[in-house]
Design a protein. Structure first.
Length: 679
């Protein structure tokens, strides 16, 4: 521990030295730079209010192919009608392109997990299955969108986040709270929307090539090309990665291919087509091998009917195939999913601003293993109505109602209501929403299977009589911004309850040697929490910030659930300076504190196989850019903590008296280089 503290002190001393150098360089910057900074500051002061929960501007440097936005101009598409940041009665974080490019080898999860309200879990290092949850929700069951299209796997509810490489993203929208019920299943705690990149407004080609390497045989290669031909925009990319990591899933190799074409009709609208393909191979500690292939096709069109109204049409198709082989079992599955979503937006109508939506999705699954084959399918549709009204001076209301119908579990109604006050530099809101978490195809239709392990016979079977989990959340929040947005902050409290929780549980034991497991609606889970954030800016650029999450997850009996820390805090600092003309140096330091993991009560006193915390994690990144080249070095987990990233057993399993965990790798490093070309 003394050595750990010594390393931290040495790191802080190094940071102070870098800041001193940066301060001297900033004092000697050229007049042109000062004029630019003054212009940025003036532009920032024009926006008296900007959403406080934004942790970084959604923009890039001048060599990027992506446009630069001011905060008040960013449209959060996951919120549907409410659009821009200043008009959303919810806790929202938008992560821009520049911060995405500074991500970690763990991809987008390494970025998301530093945000308040977000919990992440992994089965190992780079390439292993990554899961996330919002506000105490179930891992792997968070509503996830790609350009507004739901991509959750109908078979198990999860999303393989490595099928969404960071290079293709313009921004990531994290909308926490009951407003996520707009998107139906798994949305009651929030929604994450990945927005893909577009070429810039000019017709000059933009290319980027990147290569990186690091600990645990980690390597990644990225190449992108973007160009606009008049009204036609194109963007293509490829990413390849590999790692020999730690955890349950060790050796990984994967490839991503991506293409996006769009045609701009000017004031009449736009149409875009997205095609992506992912192929990954994982090998596990049980000498198992898993091959995954995911192909997606999405067509998104937006058309202006007349001034003040427009329609959006989204059509999509995806195929996810998994081939899993180990010494005990072999499984081949393929899930095909297709559907259509149609939204109408009308502004300034007699009943306020309105949004109407309908959608239909069909999922077909085919699986085959040693016990036989099964091929269930499911159809679901929804209708949605949303209205925003001015209730008084600086007082707004938002109402929505969504009705879903599923071929297996029937109808679900998701109402939402909020009221908020918007001042010059502050905002307050109160919102309430109901939603549901649907059972997966595995929950509903898993065939009866028998396996023997250690002399014990296990029988597993699905349950076609399952109901969807029903839940509600109430949220009270506020945020503020100083004049010029030099200081932004926010505080949100929430309370949620999930009933009819679906749990795979033991329903029968015979002669103490055979147990049958099946999913049942058995429990009620309550979550209480508080989230806070604070961001400091200089010359319009965020330079430091902090966020905290306190949450408590309990069963209806008051028993705590030990699958996430009760307290999580993140402190970050970022600084850019020009020691030489044309050379830009960037430094970022992230410190994360994970409080003691919740202590389960009323359970057996068997020895636990994991450390309960608290944990202190430190990450540092240093980069230098000149003439389109960027070189960087990044250090992860510098305190070498052996912290749990994902529990082996379900967080709600009846055997939670002795949960196991997959440890994250210890101290790691990554070095890399990017080259951007603008003709």
């Amino acid at each position: 521990m003394r050595k750990c503290h010594l390393r931290v002190l040495m790191l802080l001393a190094l940071t102070a030295a870098l800041l001193q150098i940066g301060g001297k360089a900033a004092a000697q910057e050229s007049p042109g730079t000062s004029v630019s900074a003054a212009a940025d500051s003036a532009a920032s002061e024009e926006a008296a209010y900007s959403d406080s929960v934004i942790t970084q501007e959604a923009g890039t440097d001048s060599t990027s192919s992506l446009p630069s936005y001011r905060l008040e101009e960013i449209v959060v598409t996951a919120a549907k009608l409410t659009g821009t940041l200043a008009k959303i009665p919810a806790a929202v974080t938008v992560i821009g392109r520049s911060e995405i490019e500074e991500g970690t080898p763990r991809g987008v999860v390494g970025i998301l997990e530093k945000r308040e309200g977000v919990n992440s879990g992994s089965y190992g290092s780079y390439g292993a299955l990554e899961l996330m949850s919002l506000r105490g929700g179930r891992f792997g069951r968070t509503a996830t969108l790609l350009d507004g299209v739901p991509i959750n796997n109908a078979q198990n509810g999860a999303v393989d986040l490595y099928s969404i490489p960071s290079f293709l993203l313009e921004r990531i929208e994290i909308l926490r709270g009951p407003l996520g019920s707009l998107h139906g299943g798994n949305g009651v705690t929030g929604v994450v929307n990945f927005v893909t990149a577009e070429p810039g407004s000019g017709e000059k080609p933009v290319a980027m090539v990147g290569v990186s390497s690091g600990s645990l045989a980690y390597g990644k290669h990225v190449a992108t090309f973007a160009r606009r031909y008049g009204n036609l925009g194109t963007f293509f990319g490829i990413e390849e990665g590999e790692s020999n990591g730690v955890g349950a899933y060790r050796d990984y190799s994967g490839k991503n291919h991506f293409g996006r074409m769009s045609y701009d009709f000017g004031e009449r609208g736009e149409i875009a087509c997205l095609i992506s393909s992912y192929s990954g191979v994982l090998r596990t500690v049980r000498e198992a091998k898993q091959d995954s292939d995911i192909d997606r096709l999405q067509v998104v069109s937006s058309m202006v009917i007349k001034e003040g109204s427009r329609i959006e049409l989204k059509a999509f198709r995806s195929v996810e195939a998994v081939d899993y082989v180990d010494p005990y079992v072999s499984t081949v599955s393929e899930l095909e999913k297709y559907g259509t979503l149609l939204d109408f937006y009308g502004y300034g109508t007699p009943v306020g601003d309105v949004a109407l939506g309908v959608g239909y999705t069909d999922s077909d699954l085919s699986c085959e293993d040693a016990s036989g084959s099964w091929d269930p399918d499911a159809q679901e549709g929804y209708v949605l109505a949303q209205s925003q009204l001015l209730a008084g001076k600086d007082l707004m209301t938002l109402f929505s109602l969504r009705a879903d119908h599923h071929s297996a579990y029937g109808a679900e109604i998701s109402p939402y209501a909020s009221v908020w006050h918007e001042g010059d530099n502050e905002r307050f809101w109160l919102s309430f929403g109901r939603g549901f978490n649907p059972p997966t195809l595995n929950d509903l239709y898993w065939p009866t299977q028998t396996s023997v392990w250690g002399g014990w016979t296990y029988v597993t079977t699905g349950n076609e009589n399952l109901k969807a989990e029903s839940g509600w959340m109430v949220e009270l929040g506020s945020d503020f911004s100083s004049r010029g947005a030099l200081i932004r902050g926010g505080l949100t409290g929430f309370l949620s309850r999930t009933s009819d929780f679906i749990e795979w549980t033991s329903v029968e034991s015979v002669a103490d040697s055979m147990t049958t497991y099946m999913p049942l609606n058995v429990e009620q889970v309550d979550v209480r929490g508080v989230e806070g954030s604070l961001v400091l800016a200089s010359r319009g650029e965020p330079v430091a910030g902090a966020n905290v999450t306190l949450q408590r997850v309990e069963e209806k009996t008051g028993e705590l659930l030990p699958y996430m820390p009760e307290f999580r805090g993140n402190l970050w600092f970022s600084r850019s300076f020009e020691p030489l003309p044309g050379l830009t140096v960037n430094f970022r330091l992230d410190a994360t504190y994970l409080g003691k993991y919740l202590e389960p009560t009323g359970l057996s006193e068997e020895p636990r196989l994991w450390s309960e915390g608290p944990f202190f994690l430190l990450e540092e990144r240093l980069s230098a850019s000149v003439a389109g080249f960027t070189a960087y070095v990044c250090f992860h987990n510098m305190t070498d903590e052996d912290y749990p990233s994902r529990y082996l057993e379900s967080p709600y399993t009846q055997q939670r008296g002795r949960p196991l965990y997959y440890p994250m790798p210890g101290r790691q490093y990554e070095v890399g280089m990017l080259w951007r070309l603008v003709d």
